[in-house]
Design a protein around this ligand. Structure first.
Ligand code: RIB
Length: 295
């Protein structure tokens, strides 16, 4: 069956250290705990879509190693179609994630197998395409071109922050950014809903009809043909912000794929991300639909 959502992106094994604070240059600190957890922006977004009830296919690469098998199995356990998650020579992508007492993370990725991802047209069929910047940009453009030509809605998450090629701007329907990404892409400093609205308007002029800026505790700013709207954040005790953006995007896309309005989908995204930040880790923290419904 054709998937509703195709995610073309990265899979990483996250190596997570909790610390009281990040060490300074040249300093050695003792961490509080260590664990591994499936991650990668692409895979996290696929899991977030699937846990909100969408039919999802992942297109990505892992290495022929234990991390790769674990990551692939984790997606399959969430009901995601992994037929196009290829095992290639070399090591699976890893992310070294440091999470401090405030729940804020600092992440270093080593792409490994993610760098070998190719946009195979056979793998690219569905109603929505989700893209990020942890796989080769030339292949991201090819994937967007292929699925746009088949009538799909293209959703871009420019993370980790990167400049997008001109052609990609014209292929993206919905762009979802945090304040750092919006600042970089709009060449202005985004600190609050008002500056996010300015950035979103300027970014919409480059192609995407919808620009969404996530602002953490300051909520979410949406700009589209219906105008500019600000959605406040829900108050919660933050444990770990890892994958909060991925969770927001996945829940938003699943809601859109299920026929919900943009505003209803944004609210779903906020609810899902709010639950995510109360838990540790990437995929381990992404909530299921019944958890949102229960609230
Ligand atoms: O967005 C969070 C993700 O970024 C982590 O899971 C890590 O793997 C990096 O890709």
């Amino acid at each position: 069956m054709t998937p509703e959502i195709v995610v073309f992106g990265s899979l990483n094994m996250d190596l997570v250290v909790r610390v009281a604070r990040a060490p300074r240059g040249g300093e050695t600190l003792q961490g509080l705990s260590f664990f591994t957890n499936p991650g990668g922006k692409g895979a996290n977004q696929a899991v977030a879509c699937a846990r909100q009830g969408a039919r999802v296919a992942m297109v990505g690469c892992v290495g022929e190693d234990d991390f790769g098998r674990t990551l692939r199995n984790a997606l399959a356990a969430d009901g995601i179609d992994v037929a196009h998650v290829r095992a290639v020579e070399g090591s699976t992508g890893v992310a070294v994630v440091m999470v401090d007492a405030e729940g804020e993370n600092r992440i270093t990725i080593v792409p490994g197998a993610n760098d070998l991802l190719k946009a195979d047209p056979e793998a690219l069929a569905g109603h929505y395409l989700l893209l990020q910047c942890e796989v080769p940009m030339a292949e991201v453009v090819l994937a967007a071109r292929a699925m746009r030509a088949k009538g799909a809605t293209v959703v871009m998450n420019p993370a980790p922050v990167c400049q997008l090629p001109d052609e990609l701007w014209s292929l993206v329907d919905i762009i979802v950014m945090n304040e750092i990404e919006a600042s970089e892409l709009a060449s202005l400093t985004v600190t609050d809903p008002a500056s996010a609205a300015n950035a979103a308007s300027s970014i919409r002029r480059r192609g995407p009809s919808t620009a969404i800026v996530t602002l953490g505790s300051q909520g979410v700013l949406v700009a589209d043909d219906a105008g500019c709207r600000h959605f406040p954040a829900l108050e919660v005790r933050v444990v770990d912000t890892t994958a909060a953006g991925d969770t927001f995007i996945g829940a938003l896309c699943a809601a859109r794929a299920a026929g919900q309005s943009m505003d209803a989908a944004v609210l779903r995204g906020i609810q899902a991300a709010t639950i995510c930040v109360t838990r540790s880790g990437a995929q381990s923290s992404i909530p299921y639909l019944h958890e949102l419904d229960a609230r």
